[in-house]
Design a protein around this ligand. Structure first.
Ligand SMILES: C[S@@+](CC[C@H](N)C(=O)[O-])C[C@H]1O[C@@H](n2cnc3c(N)ncnc32)[C@H](O)[C@@H]1O
Length: 486
């Protein structure tokens, strides 16, 4: 929990927090400017103005956190810069001036700050043309890689993470985007007229528990808007937008929920806005974000192929020799901080039945998510229950076994990382301490077993102190470590 908060720190929270600071003496010179080239000659975008790079300049001065670099001096400084961006801006919004494109569209737990991820790819892993994120989450690495023209491969055990990242990495042409918006508009009109005529087409189906009636009406309108034939990428993108719209309304509803006995709930809409309109606005926003993403990708010298995303426990993943990558960039699970699969089930259950049981199942790339029937008895298919590394639930169910299991799991996934890299390929991994485990030590020892040599690293710490100088409560520590395959 402490680390979760560390990832979401904002400036005001920082100002309120008294920190013990022992800043590094070495301060890096100014960040890269618009139109210049980085060390490996990769050009920064020409249209980058001063404001856009404000976050980079900020990252060039020592932060108010306790920070320390280790290993190679030059690389260590670069890693520190990235960590300053991560800690200054947190997750999931992007800093002012940094292009948002599809980042943060659709809620997902924790992850790398896109600006930090972009900086690592340019500054630390520059020269790489392919990257693997074994814990792809919302696809931050995959999206950033595509905007730099890199081939990107992602794996994640969570069907929700794969659903979200696949839609953040989608690069449809303008005709397809228009078709999506047109279908959304037709569905909105259908839902509204069904509501006006009080049509009873919004019956509850298996797994619909908790989905408000108004949303079931939109779901039915969406099914009808494609003539009942679901299956393509556009269909799945509309289900994605419906899931995002539902998440947003459910969130604002729970924020606005009156305290016990103080009034009624709003009935599923945001501030009295019609749900069909909310859904349509989400689709329009998604269309704009997709256009921005596509435009960013098209300014690269080389166009990256679409990201490859695998819904799998990374420990069972194997890249073919000819598909091996130059780099790995990830923020892996931290010990006992989250329950990713349980969050995924909660979000999926919130969308209820998606594809009609009487019509053909979806065939699109995220069909495993949309075709899942939410079980009424909590008896989820095993891919929604098994394979997560380092969950909070695992710590709770057997605290004494957790540490050994953690170390074993680190070795299992780092072996896959080592296998996926080309010789001299590099892996940059962000990890935070938790459950009394020093994750830097545990990861370095696991990585070295598979020929991954530690080149450098950076550690950030935030320790809250009392007036009298005693350390209390939350101690947050996060590392960014760079390995090279030998
Ligand atoms: C910190 S998040 C990743 C964030 C992502 N790298 C980013 O920057 O947006 C960790 C992810 O690891 C995934 N995960 C946990 N255990 C896994 C496993 N055994 N195989 C693959 N993914 C796993 C979780 O589902 C979660 O999405």
């Amino acid at each position: 929990m402490a680390l979760a908060r560390a990832r979401g720190l904002d400036a005001r929270a920082l100002a309120r927090t008294r920190t013990r600071t022992r800043n590094v003496a070495r301060v890096i010179g100014g960040g890269p400017r618009g139109g210049s080239n980085d060390a490996d000659g990769r050009a920064w975008r020409d249209d980058v103005d001063d404001e856009t790079l404000a976050y980079v300049r900020k990252a060039s001065t020592a932060s108010s956190f306790e920070e320390r670099a280790f290993g190679d001096d030059v690389i260590g400084e670069k890693l520190l810069r990235a960590m300053r961006v991560q800690w200054t801006h947190g997750f999931a919004s992007t800093p002012s001036g940094f292009p948002r494109c599809t980042h943060g569209f659709g809620e997902i737990l924790a992850g790398m700050q896109p600006a930090a991820c972009d900086l690592i790819l340019r500054d630390v892993l520059s020269g790489s043309t392919s990257v693997l994120d074994p814990f792809a989450g919302g696809g931050t690495t995959l999206v950033c890689a595509a905007t730099l023209g890199m081939r990107a491969v992602g794996t994640d055990v969570s069907p929700l993470a794969c659903f979200v990242s696949a839609h953040r990495c989608w690069r449809p042409d303008e005709t397809t985007i228009d078709e999506m918006v047109h279908r959304a508009s037709a569905a909105r009109d259908l839902a509204k007229s069904a509501e006006e005529q009080s049509v009873e087409s919004d019956a509850e189906e298996a797994g619909d528990g908790g989905v408000p009636r108004a949303w079931r009406r939109i779901r039915d309108a969406l099914r009808a808007s494609n003539g009942g034939v679901s299956g393509g990428r556009v269909d799945e993108s509309l289900w994605f937008c419906m899931s995002v719209a539902l998440q947003r309304t459910q969130k604002s509803q729970s924020k606005a929920r009156p305290r016990k006995g103080k009034g009624k709930r709003s009935g599923g809409s945001r501030g009295g806005e019609d749900n069909a309109d909310i859904f349509y606005k989400v689709v329009e926003e998604y269309a704009d974000r997709l256009r921005q993403f596509r435009a960013m990708c098209s300014t690269c010298d080389s166009q990256a192929p679409d990201a490859e995303i695998h819904n799998i426990d990374v420990r069972r993943f194997k890249l073919a020799d000819e598909a091996k990558v130059d780099a790995v960039l990830t923020s892996c699970p931290y010990p006992a901080v989250y329950d990713y699969l349980s969050f995924a089930r909660k979000v999926r259950a919130g969308s209820g039945a998606v594809v009609s049981t009487s019509s053909p199942r979806s065939q699109g790339p995220t069909s495993s998510y949309v075709n899942t029937v939410v079980p009424g008895d909590r008896n989820w298919p095993k891919e929604w229950m098994e394979g997560e590394i380092g969950s909070r639930r695992a710590l709770r169910s057997d605290p004494y076994a957790f540490r050994d299991a953690w170390q074993r799991e680190q070795e299992e996934w780092l072996e896959v990382v080592a296998h996926s890299l080309k010789p001299r390929g590099r892996a940059c991994i962000m990890v935070g301490d938790g459950a009394n485990i020093d994750t830097r030590a545990s990861m370095v020892s696991a990585a070295e077993k598979f020929g991954l040599k530690t080149l450098a690293g950076a550690t950030m710490k935030l320790t809250t102190t009392t007036e009298s100088g005693n350390v209390y409560n939350q101690a947050r520590t996060e590392h960014l470590i760079l390995f090279e395959k030998h």
